[in-house]
Each structure stands twice: as C-alpha cells, then as structure tokens.
Ligand binder design. Structure first.
Ligand SMILES: Nc1nc2c(ncn2[C@@H]2O[C@H](COP(=O)(O)OP(=O)(O)O)[C@@H](O)[C@H]2O)c(=O)[nH]1
Ligand SMILES: [Mg+2]
Ligand SMILES: [Zn+2]
Length: 436
C-alpha cells in the first residue's frame, strides 16, 4: 500500500460517509473473499471518484441516482453515457474495478486461443494476459473467457496488444469438462444472466441432452430457458412438448422458428438492456441464425444443413459476444460435440427423483436392490421413467465431487490443493516453523 493511498483513504472516508453508494459498498463487502476485502480497504477514494464515472448510464444507477438527490451533487463533468453499461457493466463490477488503480475495465467479447478481444470504454482492443497472470493461473478456468470483465492496462488500441492483469469475480460461469482431462473445466461463458438451451424440433430433439444442459446451467448461477428451434420443421409439437414437460420443471420453454419468425415475440421478452444471454446447444440447431435474426443482419456465419440430416457442419468456430441493436447482449457458442459435466446441480434438474428418493427406506439407498426403495417402486409403477433415472445416475457419476462422502470430498480437496496428504502435512509443518 502506497502512502498517498492512505491519505486518499482518510479524506475519502469523510466523503463516503454522506454518500448512499457507500451503504451498498459496505453491504457488498461482506460477501467478498478476504483477498479482495484487503484491496478494497486501501482504495476508498478511488471508489468514489472513478467509480462514479462508470455509474452514469448504468441501469443500477437509476436507483442510486434517485437516492442521491438529498446529498451533495455528484461531479457534473462526467461523460453523459457509459458505453460499458450497454455491455452489462453493473455496480458490482464498477466497485471491484475501482480497486485497480491505473487499470481500465473491459469485457471480453471474443477469444482466439491466447488472444482476446476486449471492449473498453473507448472501443475494442486486442489483448493478452500478462506474464504474471499466466504464471499464477492454476487452472484453465482461471484464464479470461468470453463475458468476463477484466482489468487492462490501456483504454485505446495503441502500440500492440493490451495486457490483461486481472479477471473480476464472475457472477455466473458456464463450465464444461474438457474431454479427456480430469477436473479440468473449460469456461464456455462468464457473467451470463440467461442461458438459452437451444434444441431443434427435428432430429436433434433429445430429452437426455436437455437434462445435461440443465444440469450445468443450474450450476452456473444463470437462469436456463429451453429454446426449441425450427418449429417450421416439426409436425408433432404437442407430443414433443408433453415429453419435455416431464423433465423441464420450473424452466421456461419457448418454441420458435427463424424461418417463419414464429416465437420471436417470446424471445424478445428475455432481452433487456445490460442483460447477457448465452446460446448453447448442439451444432446446427440454429443458434447463429437466431442471433442474426435478433441483430437484424447476417453477422454470424451459419451452415446450410444437408438434406435429411440436421447435423450441419460447424460454422461458428469461436465464442463471441455481441451487442443487440436495441439493447441486450448475446453470446454465441460453437456446438459442443460432447458435453461433459464439470460440476452440476442435479438436485434442481432432477427434483422429482430426489423427492421420490426421500421416501426410500434407507437414507443412503442406491436404488439398486435395496428393500423399500421408493425409486424402484416409481419406475415399476411407471410414474418415473427408467430412462430418466439412468440419465440421473449417469450424470451423477460424471460429476466429480457430487455423490462423494464428506471425507472423500475432503481428501479430494487436499489432493487438488497439495497433491496428497503427506504433501499437505509437509506444508503445514513448514508453516508452523515459519510462524515461530
Ligand atoms: N427450417 C429451418 N432451418 C433453420 C432454422 N434456423 C436455422 N436453420 C438452418 O439450420 C442450419 C444451421 O443453423 P446455424 O444457425 O448455423 O446453427 P448453429 O450451429 O446452432 O449456430 C442453417 O442452415 C440454418 O439455415 C429454422 O428456424 N428453420
Ligand atoms: Mg453457429
Ligand atoms: Zn431407493
């Protein structure tokens, strides 16, 4: 901490007292991990000054601006609009960003291997992570992903790539397991509010796949919506919808066609200024076509589908974040051939099964051969589909941590952190010595 920071901090504290935005800040701080808490403390005034700049034009500002009227007027010389507000920069990120003196906040809009496209207040920049960042990254998931808010060293595209120094805490993150690797998560998109789980109403329609997507969606902290595409190609919609109803508890379902334009009124209801929607689903279901429709132009490449085969080849090759002309943000993703689950929230997706299982005679029933198994009974009587139960079991096995006992979980954590128990003991001992 530099000495001028301290002085700023002291005088800043006085200002903050009368400022309502401080109340928000104090409340928010409680949820911050210790490391960030530490950083915040030294930077109160910067919060007040640069933080204010971002607030203008931000939707969350509407509330605080009203509150502020009975307080000293805020700086009138701030730019009247905040372009990053359109990209979803909310109070939460403004507060965190203001901890980084001398850096600028931006949102990752594209990723091409190690090169990122970042939208800053003054426009788009090519960027890469700093050496220090790369060195301290433990996991692939620590790296910036599309949708992330990052701190960069410049605001304009002068002299080479901008340098990304920090990824701000994600409010939601959509992760999938990288094929082959154990426990290596790949971030599909970050800071997403709504996930459109897209599935076409012809050959692609598959309930088990929707369960898969729902499971990672619920775990991401974003809200899933099931979007059934290509309704123009479907002639048994009622049948499909009733099948879907058995697995989509509590999730909105929208039926649409980019061909006829049907259902886009319903899609529009989810679009809102500053809100981010990620489109996920198999390749060829029509994600990019939908986004083009919403953009009002053929911005994204789409692939024509071969006759009698709705697979289509990959047209979307990378994830991309776009601003819709009337507000709202969308993220297009390439189709994922195999969607493995990194972590997932099965309880939400399979609420029905867990409810039935609650009346099994044994609380640790595996629903295989135990007497008094309510799940088996439900399957036998036809109230629960065997297929759905199998899907539940399969996903349960895939999820690396779920289903492990508390002790196994603890061991798993130790393995991840230290590489094993003896390594942990060594580490503990060396810490003890140091503290003497
Ligand atoms: N019949 C029909 N075809 C569609 C519709 N939406 C997309 N397609 C076609 O499906 C193919 C794949 O679409 P695309 O947007 O590239 O799928 P993505 O891989 O999910 O992005 C393209 O040939 C589109 O023209 C639709 O609503 N109806
Ligand atoms: Mg596409
Ligand atoms: Zn049971």
């Amino acid at each position: 901490m530099r000495t001028d920071d301290v002085i700023q901090n002291k005088s800043g504290g006085r200002f903050l007292k009368g400022d309502v935005s401080n109340v928000v800040l104090t409340t928010k701080r409680r949820n911050l991990p210790p490391a960030i808490e530490e950083e915040l403390r030294t930077d109160d005034v910067i919060q007040n000054e640069t933080g204010g700049r971002f607030l203008e034009g931000d939707e969350s500002n509407v509330v605080s601006a009203t509150k502020r009227r009975d307080h000293p007027p805020v700086n009138r010389h701030r730019p009247p609009v905040n372009p990053l507000g359109d990209y979803g920069l909310s109070d939460r990120f403004v507060q965190e960003a203001s901890c980084y003196d001398g850096l600028f906040v931006g949102r990752v809009s594209e990723q091409h291997r190690d090169l990122y496209r970042v939208i800053s207040e003054l426009g788009g920049l090519d960027a890469e992570v700093s050496g220090k960042f790369a060195f301290s990254a433990v996991d692939r998931a620590d790296y910036p992903a599309v949708g992330d808010w990052v701190m960069i060293d410049r605001n304009e595209g002068v002299s080479g790539n901008a340098i990304i120094h920090q990824v701000l805490r994600r409010k939601s993150v959509l992760v999938r397991q990288v094929s082959g690797a154990t426990n290596a998560g790949q971030v599909i998109a970050a800071n997403v509010d709504i996930i459109f789980i897209c599935m076409s109403l012809n050959a692609d329609f598959n309930l088990r796949r929707i369960e898969r997507y729902l499971t990672i969606a619920w775990d991401s902290m974003a809200t899933p919506v099931i979007v059934l595409t290509k309704s123009d190609l479907c002639n048994d919609l009622p049948q499909k919808l009733s099948e879907l109803a058995s697995i989509s508890m509590g999730v909105d379902v929208v039926v649409c066609s980019s061909e006829s334009g049907d259902g886009f009124d319903a899609i529009d209801n989810y679009i809102e200024h500053g809100r981010t929607i990620a489109f996920v689903g198999s390749s060829g279901v029509g994600k990019s076509t939908m986004i083009n429709h919403l953009m009002g132009q053929d911005l994204l490449a789409t692939k024509s589908v071969r006759a009698n085969d709705d697979k289509g080849r990959h047209a979307t090759t990378h994830r991309q974040l776009l601003l819709l002309p009337n507000g709202g943000i969308v993220i297009d993703t390439p189709g994922m051939r195999e969607l493995q689950i990194y972590t997932g929230n099965l309880s939400k997706t399979f609420e029905d099964i867990e409810e039935i299982a609650a009346s099994c005679r044994f609380s640790d029933c595996t629903h295989m051969t135990e007497p008094g198994c309510a799940v088996r009974k439900a399957i036998d009587s036809g109230t629960l589909s065997e297929k759905r139960f199998e899907s539940y079991q399969k996903l349960q096995r895939e999820i690396s941590y779920d289903g492990l006992s508390a002790r196994q979980l603890e061991n798993e954590k130790i393995n991840r952190m230290f590489g094993g128990k003896s390594a942990m003991k060594q580490f503990m001992n060396s810490m003890k010595k140091k503290n003497k």
